[in-house]
Ligand binder design. Structure first.
Ligand code: FES
Length: 109
């Protein structure tokens, strides 16, 4: 099963098993990682914003126009920012590293 590493807001890495077919957002929820995902993956919010490790960012499929539009609303946008609900785990992403942004627009703190 692919592995996924979340870099939490305090900078601590959290390694988890990420079943194929689950989105990064779904994996985060499974392990209690603090990504909100207010619209549950329907591309209507930006609270599932994650920052992909640059080495991995180039290996992901390009974001759709809808994802880009939503990302524009994300707080603390970076070059490799993506929406966690749009990254779907597969064997090709074994070892993926994503960092949680400092804050999201809808979440307190
Ligand atoms: S959960 Fe809302 S866009 Fe990803």
């Amino acid at each position: 099963m692919p592995k996924l590493t979340f870099i939490e807001r305090n900078g601590q890495p959290k390694d988890v098993e990420a079943p194929n077919g689950l989105s990064v957002l779904e994996v985060a929820h499974k392990y209690g990682v603090d990504i909100e995902g207010a619209c549950e993956g329907s591309l209507a919010c930006s609270t599932c914003h994650v920052i992909v490790d640059p080495a991995w960012a180039v290996k992901l499929a390009k974001p759709s126009e809808d994802e880009e539009d939503m990302l524009d609303l994300a707080f603390g946008l970076e070059k490799t920012s993506r929406l966690g609900c749009q990254i779907v785990m597969s064997d090709a992403l074994d070892g993926l590293i994503v960092r949680l942004p400092a804050a999201t627009r809808n979440a307190a703190g």
